[in-house]
Design a protein around this ligand. Structure first.
Ligand SMILES: [Zn+2]
Length: 266
């Protein structure tokens, strides 16, 4: 990348576990060094359980280029107690935490009843508002319910849809509401024209880019372990479908990093 870029959503601890190693200080330092070789200079590492969220906060304290997001994922939510929410709030108030997430609804995996997911999604939205931080949304096959619940609760000032998977109509609804869309490697897949059309319908100051590592690596690296250093392919695809130059897209995203999450890219 010709300008510094940042990874808006990955799970560094899950990357280590997938690789069969411990998520040590050295592991994270290695991932960050590799990312920096392609000018990816910051990452947000996202927790999906209380333990994973606590790990993310610690990693963000140990590495100046790592920021954390904390939450319990919708598919893990039934184990979250009131005491767990108190611990989650303590983590969310940490200065190295830049978002409450990922939270939302997942109707793809048949693990948690929609009613339970919706109840906990509302509690996470409330938490984000009380700590004054953005909410980072996981939305899988649940577009209408996610938008409805945000509307009913009254959304926080800043909302980002991670791994955006909607079509043009959904993208327009999000942008009208002031939400930011974060695109993952799916935009590079030949079988995902609708997500590319959605990206083409929004402005550069309304999007972010992520790998969602360790999950699906972008084309042509599918099947390889995903990592923040693979962000560039997704960024280039986005720039192409949006008809703007990649450096300009990086600069727009750097401005969004500052206004949305409160950090600078260097
Ligand atoms: Zn997710």
């Amino acid at each position: 990348m010709q300008a510094p870029a940042f990874e808006a959503h990955c799970s560094l601890d899950a990357m280590a576990h997938r690789a069969g190693v411990e998520p040590t200080h050295e592991f994270v330092a290695g991932v960050m060094a590799q990312a920096r070789t392609v000018n990816v200079t910051r990452v947000i590492t996202v927790g999906d359980t209380l333990a994973s969220s606590a790990w993310c906060v610690q990693a963000a304290h140990e590495h100046p280029d790592v920021y954390a997001a904390v939450a319990v994922h919708p598919t893990e939510i039934t184990r979250l107690t009131d005491a767990g929410y108190a611990e989650l709030e303590r983590l969310a108030r940490d200065p190295r935490v830049v978002a409450v997430g990922e939270t939302g609804l997942d109707y793809y995996w048949d693990r948690t009843a929609p009613a339970d997911q919706q109840k906990h999604f509302r509690r996470h939205i409330d938490l984000a508002k009380r700590v004054g931080k953005p909410v980072m949304i996981h939305d899988r096959d649940a577009h209408d319910d996610v938008l409805r619940i945000l509307r009913e609760e009254g959304p926080p000032d800043r909302v980002v849809f991670h791994a955006f998977s909607g079509d043009v109509a959904m993208a327009r609804a999000c942008v009208r509401a002031g939400y930011v869309l974060s695109f993952a490697g799916v935009v590079t897949f030949t079988n995902a024209p609708r997500v590319r059309e959605a990206a083409a319908s929004v402005n550069a100051d309304q999007i972010l880019v992520e790998t969602d590592a360790p999950f699906l690596a972008p084309h042509p690296f599918r099947g390889r372990p995903n990592s923040p250093y693979l962000l560039g392919q997704t960024l280039l695809t986005l720039a192409t479908v949006m008809g703007i130059d990649p450096a300009g897209l990086c600069r727009a995203m750097a401005r969004t990093a500052y206004t949305f999450f409160g950090f600078n890219l260097t």
